[in-house]
Design a protein around this ligand. Structure first.
Ligand SMILES: [Mg+2]
Ligand SMILES: [Zn+2]
Length: 202
């Protein structure tokens, strides 16, 4: 009888913010300039998607440590008419395949396909993609690391209450002047992940 009542109490108990963050850990990654080399001409095919040295292994290291990885990426190349949504999906299939070959896994890929002039609610630093990630995975990104190479990534992290981290790869070197000193800066994704895992608290 007591056992049954306790079960009922347990079932009725709603997860608190703390419970949720204890259950699942995420690191949120920008794509271009963080996982793969960026291009001023945009990444328009799977062939043009080339991983930055150590990035696939870094994602794998996170996953092996029980930390899930999600990608949030502005892909205005679609809104600009440079690539189709189908092409973007085949680029992402290649990325997922390469990550899996290295022993990792990407839990979710979110992208904004819009043109900057569309004034959508998902183009970074707007919160649309973060809200979808939170909704689809039942998590809160508050306090979770968000790693990017542009000021918009840092701004997104701040708006989401996530922990902003800048890498010097991609556009990162150019972003240094426009971010404040409180933001952690690492050489590349491999170094950022190494530091996060060394903390043991991510
Ligand atoms: Mg980027
Ligand atoms: Zn959008």
């Amino acid at each position: 009888m007591n056992g049954l009542m306790n079960d009922r109490i347990a079932l009725n108990k709603r997860p608190t913010e703390l419970d949720m963050s204890v259950q699942r850990k995420f690191v949120i990654l920008d794509r271009d300039g963080v996982i793969n080399h960026d291009s001023a001409l945009y990444i328009k095919s799977p062939e043009e998607w080339r991983p930055i040295a150590g990035s696939l292994e870094a994602i794998s290291a996170l996953v092996q440590a029980g930390i899930e990885v999600a990608v949030v990426s502005n892909q205005s190349a679609i809104g600009r008419g440079l690539i189709s949504e189908e092409m973007l999906k085949s680029i992402h299939m290649k990325m997922s395949r390469e990550v899996e070959k290295a022993g990792g896994r990407i839990a979710g890929i979110y992208y904004c396909p819009h043109h900057p002039s569309d004034a959508c609610d998902c183009r970074k630093p707007a919160l649309g993609m973060i809200k979808r990630l939170e909704h689809e995975h039942g998590i809160l990104v508050k306090g979770m690391p968000l790693i990017g190479d542009k000021p918009t990534d840092i701004e997104l992290a701040k708006r989401a209450g996530a922990r902003p981290i800048l890498v010097r790869t991609g556009y990162g070197e150019n972003s240094l002047d426009s971010i404040d000193r409180s933001v952690a800066v690492y050489e590349n994704l491999a170094c950022a992940v190494k530091a996060l895992l060394a903390e043991g608290t991510t």
